[in-house]
Design a protein around this ligand. Structure first.
Ligand SMILES: C[S@@+](CC[C@H](N)C(=O)[O-])C[C@H]1O[C@@H](n2cnc3c(N)ncnc32)[C@H](O)[C@@H]1O
Length: 328
């Protein structure tokens, strides 16, 4: 067996590199270089920052393989630096948007590990979702990160037991700005859909449904998923939702789905559940929200208490681990 190289603790705990990358992304340094401002004084003037400090940051990053210093004080993009031009990368790095909330939140990891509960409020004054409501620009950048600009257009091709033929109505619970629902409706013209999410978020969904040409088949509901959900649909979708919440809240959301789906509907969960032997990952929603990733057997217990029975749970060709439940 090859010997495992021992890790260097100083390199592993280096905070300089991630902060430098966040700073140049926030200051749009790659964009300014791309626009021809490649000399340090012009670059600092364009970015509205201090030339001495910026020079130190860029030279440091050159040493890490990001940017090139072609002659002293003159910078160029290399392949890695060009990645900073991609809006998908930038949203998650920009310290003035959701990228800042995520970066600073790692500073609360000790609280999370000591207590099992997020330390977000200690740092930002409000719990995560309330903080986004209180700061609409940060909220909109979170919605953009989760939506097509950040995570891309979602794949609507997941399988359900017995196939989609009997499904005429879908409620996407916590469906964000509607990207997944728009794709489901675009690829299945016989289906009508309802988007449920917080009022601030559903208000940003119009363009997505319009672009997919499905506006006439969508109902938009700005409400909490802890309140009773629109009842009687064939399928309730929870994509990337339960992993944001501890057990008590996850069970409350599932209970709302079970009540609304009764008697003939189904609840389909994408994301946050995996097989028994899945590696125990540490992910940002744990630190931000006290969220949890669950094994199928952990989820089965939670679902049963919420009045749902798991009827299928498997990794599908789409890559989704799909868990389907029926009301008991
Ligand atoms: C991680 S995002 C997932 C969005 C979408 N389902 C997706 O997969 O892209 C979680 C969503 O839950 C929504 N959310 C958070 N708290 C909520 C609440 N109490 N009621 C309704 N939606 C909520 C957020 O606005 C956000 O859109």
């Amino acid at each position: 067996m090859p010997e495992q190289a021992s890790a260097n603790l100083w390199e592993l705990s280096d905070l300089c590199t991630p902060w430098c990358i966040h700073v140049v992304a926030t200051l749009r340094i790659a964009e300014h270089i791309n626009a021809g401002k490649d000399q340090i004084d012009d670059l600092a003037a364009a970015a509205g920052c201090d030339p001495y400090a910026l020079h130190r940051v860029l030279t440091y990053l050159v040493g890490k393989g990001v940017f090139e210093e072609t002659t002293p004080g003159r910078f160029a993009l290399n392949e890695t630096a060009r990645g900073l031009l991609d809006p998908r990368q930038r949203i998650g790095l920009d310290l003035e948007g959701i990228g800042g909330r995520m970066a600073y939140a790692w500073g609360t990891l000790l609280t999370y590990v000591r207590t099992g509960a997020p330390g977000y409020q200690e740092l930002f004054g409000l719990p995560f979702w309330e903080d986004l409501d209180a700061h609409p620009r940060i909220g909109a950048s979170f919605d953009a990160l989760i939506g097509p600009t950040g995570h891309g257009i979602p794949n609507p091709e997941f399988q359900i037991t017995g196939g989609w033929a009997s499904v005429r109505t879908v409620v996407d619970v916590g469906g964000g700005t509607g990207a997944m629902l728009a794709e489901i409706l675009r690829t299945r013209p016989e289906i009508n859909g309802t988007l449920v999410d917080l009022p601030r978020t559903v208000a940003l969904s119009g363009e997505t449904f319009q672009a997919a040409g499905v506006t006439g088949r969508v109902t938009i509901v700005g409400q909490s998923f802890f309140d009773p959900l629109p009842a009687g649909a064939d399928l309730y979708l929870l994509k990337g939702i339960l992993n944001d919440w501890p057990d008590r809240e996850a069970m409350a959301i599932l209970t709302r789905c079970a009540e609304a789906a009764r008697p003939g509907g189904r609840v389909v969960v994408l994301g946050g559940i995996g097989p028994e032997n899945a590696p125990r990952a540490l992910v940002i929603e744990m630190v931000l929200l006290g969220g949890k990733y669950r094994t199928v057997s952990e989820f089965r217990e939670l679902a049963r208490e919420a009045g749902l029975e798991v009827v299928a749970a498997e990794r599908q060709p789409s890559g989704y681990f799909v868990v389907e439940c029926r009301p008991i």
